[in-house]
Write a protein that binds this ligand. Structure first.
Ligand SMILES: [Zn+2]
Length: 92
């Protein structure tokens, strides 16, 4: 197995090819940090991590585009790094 083809999210290995489409989709959205406050729960768009209103910040704090959610780990690993790459090309 070639480890370069894998990504680790929350200590679990994923095939890059399994999350690539979700990442590309999420890169087209604008995300902002938020506390999860909805009465039900939701899932990270990329790794399916549970986001829910709880004391545990790992599950209660994520990034949202107002509709979908990302866990902080996916945001930092896939979106933030890509954003700063785009930012240098696009000063707006
Ligand atoms: Zn995630």
């Amino acid at each position: 197995m070639n480890s370069a083809d894998n990504v680790v999210i929350h200590g679990k290995e994923w095939k890059q090819s399994d999350v690539k489409e979700q990442i590309e989709f999420c890169l087209t959205k604008k995300w902002s940090l938020a506390n999860f406050k909805k009465p039900n729960h939701d899932h990270c768009e990329i790794c399916w991590w549970t986001l829910v209103k709880t004391e545990d910040e790992n599950h209660s704090v994520g990034y949202t585009d107002g509709y979908r959610w990302l866990c902080r780990e996916c945001y930092h690993q896939f979106i933030e790094s890509a954003d700063s790459r785009f930012a240098s090309n696009c000063p707006a």
